[in-house]
Design a protein around this ligand. Structure first.
Ligand code: GLU
Ligand code: MG
Length: 436
């Protein structure tokens, strides 16, 4: 059978879907510049494939231009089909960034952090997913038996991740039957977001080869266990010198990192609209679910919005390099570039406003706080629905998200709410499980 090597130029969009157009791989040289034609309304296609509303209608033309750094080859080395896609940016025809391009939004924030504060963010996305059609054995949480049940899938995934240059870190059975977690090593912010987008595709492709279907949906069923995307990050200078840790700071947080984290906490409720952007994301963000439910900083707490991750406490241990924070209110309905871009922008707002870092508090400690104490520590409940979260984002300053991006994004997400309003809950969960 004759075959022509084929490549897709793609981007991860408002719906957390990777979409684009393909061409023969032999045209790659010219396509780096020329890209492929794109249409503004494409970003309004929701995760279910519908366009409930669009500010642009049928008008407008854009360019989706692949970026060499976004190149991803999925090769299982078993003679099965080798996939190739390249993440890129959506641009105006004159080459300037399109206001609604998630990757450009992240890149602009990265540039501001470097230019105005000399800071760089090192990031790792931790993904949980569920094999939806695996007949998972009960009682195998974190168990070796859970791994045995999936045959060589961990090896296949780790090899594919490695070959695609994502630097595998861990693979583990998670708490819920059929649920697993995969992590890759930290990288600078843009690469980390690209890695997250690539990883979801690699895991899906690997599961498919084995006859299963991997879903990164935020939560499988009402009252169930969430599939979180935990975003780990730390600050460093341009030479890679870690800057987040100071043994004299409260909980080890440095003076450079404190306002950055404070900014994220202060914008936490609006951030949810971007980091937990599906209707069912709010079934995951509830107390006692090991996700997050209030805008708190946590020291030894897996229910904090931002958790200070543990480091070795052995005398003389060198902890600067491993000291990092974890944003826990994210899931894979979010495009990694938008989620990280928004977190970074919230951090920038904290740096500019020289915000003070609230004290770390667990959900149990918060329950005992007076209203005045909560207020003093910036503690507020996270939104209880996507609608609430979108209202918070709408009120947030342009410093978090410029209007040219915010308005179409709100329209897209409110359209998703409208589109799903009449759908019965069980059906809704299975629809989300299908699309993520
Ligand atoms: N599954 C939890 C979530 O939805 C996280 C569990 C963990 O801490 O690994 O975020
Ligand atoms: Mg986990």
């Amino acid at each position: 059978m004759h075959k022509e090597a084929f490549v897709m130029a793609v981007y991860s969009d408002f719906a957390g879907q990777v979409r684009g157009k393909g061409y023969p791989a032999r045209e790659l040289d010219e396509r780096w510049e020329k890209g492929v034609g794109w249409t503004p309304t494409n970003v309004m296609i929701n995760c279910f494939g519908a366009i409930p509303a669009t500010p642009w209608g049928a008008s407008g033309d854009l360019l989706l231009r692949p970026d060499r750094a976004g190149d991803c080859v999925i090769d299982f080395g078993d003679g099965s089909h080798v996939e190739r896609f390249i993440l890129g940016n959506v641009e105006e025809l004159d080459g300037s960034p399109w206001a609604c391009c998630p990757r450009s939004y992240l890149q602009a924030a990265i540039k501001e952090l470097a230019d105005d504060f000399g800071l760089h963010l090192r990031v790792a996305f931790e993904h949980e997913f569920t094999l939806v059609d695996l007949e998972a054995r009960l009682g195998s949480a974190y168990g070796l038996e859970a791994i045995r049940q999936i045959d060589d899938l961990p090896e296949v995934i780790l090899a594919a991740i490695d070959r695609a240059g994502l630097e595998p870190d861990t693979f583990l059975p998670e708490y819920s039957p059929g649920q697993f977690e995969v992590t890759v090593r930290p990288a600078l912010a843009l690469e980390a977001a690209d890695r997250a987008a690539k990883l979801r595709q690699i895991v899906r492709a690997a599961a498919r080869r084995k006859g299963w279907r991997a879903s990164f949906t935020p939560i499988m069923k009402p009252g169930g266990v969430g599939n979180g995307v935990h975003i780990h990050f730390s600050l460093e200078d341009k030479n890679g010198k870690p800057l987040s840790y100071d043994p004299k700071g409260a909980n080890g947080v440095s003076a450079a990192a404190a306002p950055f984290i404070a900014g994220i906490l202060a914008q936490g409720r609006a951030l949810c609209a971007v980091t937990a952007p599906s209707r069912i994301s709010y079934d995951r963000l509830r107390p006692n679910a090991w996700s997050a439910s209030v805008t708190n900083l946590g020291a030894r707490d897996r229910e904090a919005l931002v958790r200070i991750c543990p480091v070795s406490e052995k005398p003389g241990a060198k902890v600067e390099k491993s000291f990092n924070f974890e944003y826990r209110a994210a899931d894979a309905a979010a495009t990694p570039h938008l989620a990280l871009g928004a977190i970074l922008r919230a951090g920038l707002m904290g740096l500019r406003g020289k915000l003070a870092l609230p004290k770390a508090a667990t959900v149990i400690e918060i329950a005992r706080m007076s209203d005045a104490e909560k207020k003093a520590n910036g503690i507020e409940a996270l939104p209880s629905s996507l609608g609430d979260a979108l209202d918070q984002l709408e009120k947030a300053p342009a410093a978090l998200m410029p209007e040219g991006l915010k308005m179409p994004y709100l329209m897209h997400k409110r359209g998703e709410l409208q589109y799903t309003a009449e759908i019965e809950r069980e059906t809704l969960f299975s629809m989300y499980a299908q699309v993520y």
